[in-house]
Design a protein around this ligand. Structure first.
Ligand SMILES: C[S@@+](CC[C@H](N)C(=O)[O-])C[C@H]1O[C@@H](n2cnc3c(N)ncnc32)[C@H](O)[C@@H]1O
Length: 186
């Protein structure tokens, strides 16, 4: 766990990850339920928690050890609106009522993505949004090699096949692109 905390929660990450900017892209309302799919150590959880004071953050991952870490982190920080969800590798197992699903540096970890996100779309309904933030192609001081990355055009092609439309593309972050999808944007 200490390894992942060192990697995902490195204090220098804030400068390029700009979590407040990313959370702004989600356009959350205070009572929304937002899922952090592939939450890892919960880097985004405190930021999301603050954005939905009357709603809920679902910290979702396939690794129970990471979820235990997130529960402890939320408890220590006094974040009462955080719940963890143990997902299956081929099913996000989201409950109903989720408005936004955020995936940061996680999309490429998921297999059979078209079927996976078709099911996510059915769960989210017409107005729900999926926001994907992932590394741009190219050589940067952070992030995986290009062989592990997906071009934003490929992500868009897959999400379109899964029934979504792209509402927005944002290239403001130095090393990552952000894509906002919804069935309402088809
Ligand atoms: C690179 S980490 C990103 C963590 C976090 N989003 C962040 O930005 O710090 C990817 C995370 O996705 C999780 N993951 C991998 N496959 C997954 C799947 N099919 N469903 C949900 N989470 C998954 C991993 O366990 C890991 O915690």
């Amino acid at each position: 766990m200490t390894h992942w905390v060192r990697v995902f929660d490195d204090p220098s990450r804030d400068a390029w990850q700009r979590p407040a900017y990313v959370v702004g892209l989600l356009a959350l309302s205070p009572s929304d339920t937002v899922a952090d799919l592939g939450t890892g150590t919960g880097y985004f959880v405190p930021h999301l928690s603050k954005a939905v004071p009357k709603g809920q953050v679902l910290a979702v991952d396939v690794e129970e050890k990471l979820l235990e870490h997130v529960r402890q982190r939320a408890h220590k920080a006094g974040l009462g609106n955080v719940r963890t969800v143990l997902a299956k590798t081929d099913d996000a197992t989201l409950p109903g009522g989720v408005s936004v699903v955020l995936l940061v540096n996680t999309y490429h970890h998921i297999g059979k993505r078209i079927a996976y996100f078709r099911a996510v779309g059915e769960r989210l309904g017409q107005t729900g949004r999926v926001v994907i933030v992932d590394f741009k192609l190219g050589k940067f001081p952070v992030g995986p090699p290009d062989s592990h990355k997906l071009a934003p055009e490929k992500v868009e092609q897959e999400l379109t096949a899964a029934g979504f439309g792209r509402c927005k593309r944002d290239d403001t972050l130095p090393y990552q692109y952000a894509l906002v999808f919804s069935r309402a944007c088809r």
